[in-house]
Ligand binder design. Structure first.
Ligand SMILES: Cc1ncc(COP(=O)(O)O)c(C=O)c1O
Ligand SMILES: N[C@@H](CCCC[NH3+])C(=O)O
Length: 409
């Protein structure tokens, strides 16, 4: 979204307020141009390296977004049979999809393997099952837990010693024993450190751990370093310097490949980095309440549509699209859910009036995908703007959708 004079917010030349008039509110809007730009940034940072992007689609599974990713050469990382199916519906071959489960029933792994996807094995019992079931007939990667703590907050750190994810690197001997016992075809090592990681240092640390571990596996083709690049939520927020990170990791990766004796492929699985900035949650002000303690702005949405502020205390920048020139006032922006659902506390915004349209920025990742029907509320519609055209890519839910699975009458 550019800010044009005088403070007229447009997404690819389209007025978001007009979108809410056409498609209703609340509304998720994604800017395909931003997604294309983010993919290009990542490719640029790792130019010169045999690198593949596996979009962690838990961030946003709208089929139009998945199709766009496929069209621009991005492959997929999925965490469930549902996401796998969505990937296929978006036109992916199963062989372009990696399944990265977390303690799932082994039947889900069987389904993924038999459909042709590659699996990141995340526990010793699963490795044992994989060996018993497939011997050396199917390839897999192993998800290593490097015991490194990094990420925006503890809930989104996934590689520290107490994290449930992956097989601890300290269990390497046991991993090797199982691999040997069944002659399992390990073609890659994987790790994902966490989300919202700004500095290059943790990425380099886990890369070194994986490179060292890789020396014990002679048939590798892939090193998968996961996702986690930080984006800017607050204006002026420090973000991962992708070019610097690309340069540093590429250098070490090249050295590793030389030592390993073969050129491997480097994979990344970003979610947030690719889609966060592309997304806006547009909401309408329902009530402005001037309480002695605080000014409250209620909107026609809540933690059911964007849970990140309540779940992680995350900051999402808010724009008052309807009154950008209004005098600044301090507000608590809250939802309509019967639960404390605060989007923002003590936030300075241009004066907010009833029926103003507000935009929550950085809503493209973990927005709609983490939404729910709490309080029997319906989920928003979604619009994708690409090549200057706005297209409805998910209709608004109806009460019928909500009642469809109920059998209690
Ligand atoms: C295995 C795996 N890969 C990739 C990601 C994407 O993380 P992010 O959206 O921070 O890039 C996640 C989510 O945390 C993950 O669990
Ligand atoms: N859902 C998290 C990031 C991914 C966590 C999943 N491992 C967020 O909104 O920041």
């Amino acid at each position: 979204m550019q800010r044009t004079e005088p403070q007229n917010y447009l997404i690819q030349g389209i007025d978001p307020i007009q979108l809410t008039e056409q498609f209703g509110s609340p509304l998720y809007v994604y800017d395909g141009g931003t997604i294309r730009r983010k993919v290009a940034e990542l490719l640029h940072a790792f130019a010169g390296i045999n690198m593949k992007i596996k979009y962690a689609c838990k961030a946003n599974t709208n089929l139009a977004v998945l199709k766009l990713m496929r069209e621009i050469g991005v492959e997929l990382d999925v965490v469930s049979p549902g996401e796998l199916e969505m990937g296929k519906l978006a036109g992916y071959n199963a062989s372009q999809i990696t399944f990265t489960p977390s303690g799932v029933p082994f039947e889900e792994v069987r389904e993924a393997v038999e459909t042709g996807a590659i699996v990141n094995v995340d526990s010793l019992p699963l490795l044992e099952w994989f060996g018993q079931t497939y011997g050396n007939t199917k390839p897999c990667l192993i998800r290593i837990k490097p015991n490194v703590a990094a990420g925006g907050n503890i809930k989104i750190m996934t590689a520290h010693a107490d994290s449930k994810f992956g097989i601890s690197v300290l269990l390497l001997d046991q991993i090797l024993e199982v691999v040997k016992k069944y002659d399992i075809k390990i073609i890659g090592l994987h790790q994902h450190t966490g989300s919202d990681i700004k500095d290059a240092e943790p990425f380099l640390k886990v890369a070194d751990i994986l490179f060292e571990t890789a020396k014990h596996f002679p048939h590798l083709e892939i090193i998968d370093l996961g996702g986690g690049f930080k984006v800017s939520y607050l204006p002026g927020d420090a973000i991962t310097d992708m070019d610097l990170l690309g340069e540093k990791i590429s250098e070490r990766f090249k050295t590793f490949c030389k030592e390993y004796g073969r050129e491997l492929q480097l994979w990344f699985e970003p979610g947030k980095f690719l889609v966060s900035e592309s997304g806006y949650l547009l909401v309408k002000t329902t009530v402005v309440k001037e309480d002695p303690a605080r000014n409250f702005v209620h909107v026609d949405s809540g933690l059911n549509h964007l849970i990140r502020p309540m779940m992680y205390g995350s900051y999402h920048h808010i724009l008052n699209l309807s009154n950008p020139d209004g005098a600044l006032k301090s507000y608590n922006v809250v939802g309509y859910i019967c639960e404390t659902d605060t989007f923002a506390s003590d936030r300075e915004l241009p004066e907010v009036r009833k029926d103003d349209i507000l935009a929550f920025l950085n809503a493209g990742a973990y927005g709609f995908t983490m939404s729910s029907n709490y309080n029997a509320r319906l989920r928003p519609a979604e619009v994708l703007i690409d090549n200057g055209q706005a297209r409805l890519v998910r209709r608004r839910e109806t009460l019928e959708d909500l009642l469809q699975t109920q059998l209690g009458m």
